[in-house]
Design a binder for this molecule. Structure first.
Ligand code: AFP
Length: 327
């Protein structure tokens, strides 16, 4: 079975990019080990600190963030990192060619219940010319040179694209190597599965309310087929299901808090997942435009997300064309 790095070498990925991905896999193996130790690792539960996003951090978020940050900043090929858990970007003393944005531990509320969590990463080229500081990171998702996630579930898997196919590597715990277990993810165009946090229904806008209402009517409604629902409370796990067998995932605009109408972060969650989904044949939109076309204005920007099986995403976007974008 092919290992991660030789697989990348075989398709002419540059050594500098391979080295960045190697650093991420080293951190991921360590995070995986600690997660699989569970309570034995003494890292479960919340710290007293609140992170930048105003959510209670779990100790393992801190550990995962520190690991990725330290290792990436030591890499000669990384110029700067942006993390969901950091207020600002951190510039490396090295003058590498790449910028890495990451969510160190997505779905952290699942840690305490032994549910799936993940690391999401996005690799950008450092822009030439004038750009410096945070503005270096403000590139649209379509500019990513690589994106991926590691899902820590019953097995630890890395799903990765360097702009070509989407490959899945499974961590062989006996030898400590990620081995290629799926050459090419292909998301079916149609689906009968959707993922949304239904408990937010009363807060949604008209487009999503009407779309979901039609799905729920099943065979008796306009869609004339029955749908099933899944929700992991960890985007990595929901996207992994979609990469594996199709489906639709959405975290839409909602009116609960006008200062924070979206939950998911563009640079750490939406853009890397959108690249993977598109490269696997699916679609990804905010309801009004392709997610990969959005140019971030802030490193911690949040966005509406609809992604998955192409036909289903198009259907959902159709409902948005009937209703103006909420403010
Ligand atoms: P955390 O990483 O802060 O736990 O958030 C996870 C997440 O951003 C995303 O992975 C999930 O899809 C979503 O939040 C779950 O949100 P709900 O709390 O609405 O289930």
């Amino acid at each position: 079975m092919k290992r991660l790095l030789p697989t990348l070498r075989a398709d002419q990925t540059s050594e500098s990019l391979i080295s960045v991905i190697n650093t991420i896999q080293i951190a991921a193996k360590e995070i995986s080990f600690r997660l699989h130790q569970g309570a034995l690792a003494g890292v479960l539960g919340s710290t007293l600190d609140e992170n930048i996003q105003g959510e209670t951090q779990k100790k393992l978020d801190v550990v995962a963030n520190q690991l990725l940050k330290t290792l990436l900043l030591e890499s000669p090929n990384v110029h700067a990192i942006a993390s969901e858990e950091e207020d600002s970007i951190v510039v490396s003393p090295n003058s590498g060619d790449y910028l890495v944005a990451f969510d160190p531990l997505d779905g952290s509320s699942n840690i305490d219940i032994n549910g799936a969590v993940g690391t999401i990463f996005s690799i950008l080229r450092k822009p030439g010319g004038e750009a410096s500081g945070e503005s270096m990171f403000l590139q649209p998702g379509k500019a990513q040179v690589a994106a991926g996630y590691v899902v820590y579930g019953p097995a630890t898997m890395m799903v990765l694209t360097t702009g070509k196919d989407v490959r899945t590597f499974t961590l062989d715990q006996t030898v400590g190597e990620f081995l290629l277990t799926r050459e090419k993810a292909e998301i079916p165009d149609s689906t009968k599965e959707f993922a949304i946090n239904m408990s937010n229904q009363r807060h949604w806008g008209k487009a999503i309310s009407e779309y979901i209402a039609d799905l729920l009517q099943g065979e008796d409604g306009p869609r004339k087929k029955n749908f099933n629902m899944r929700w992991n409370a960890a985007m990595v796990a929901d996207v992994h299901r979609i990469i594996t067998r199709g489906g639709l995932f959405t975290y839409p605009w909602d009116k609960r808090n006008s200062a924070k109408p979206f939950k998911l972060r563009l640079m750490y969650e939406a853009a890397p997942m959108a690249l993977l989904i598109e490269k696997a044949g699916g679609k990804a939109s905010d309801g009004y435009q392709r997610l990969l076309d959005i140019v971030p204005t802030d490193i911690h920007q949040r966005v509406g997300v609809i992604l998955g099986s192409a036909e289903e995403v198009e259907k959902c976007v159709d409902y948005h064309t009937k209703h103006p974008k909420p403010d």
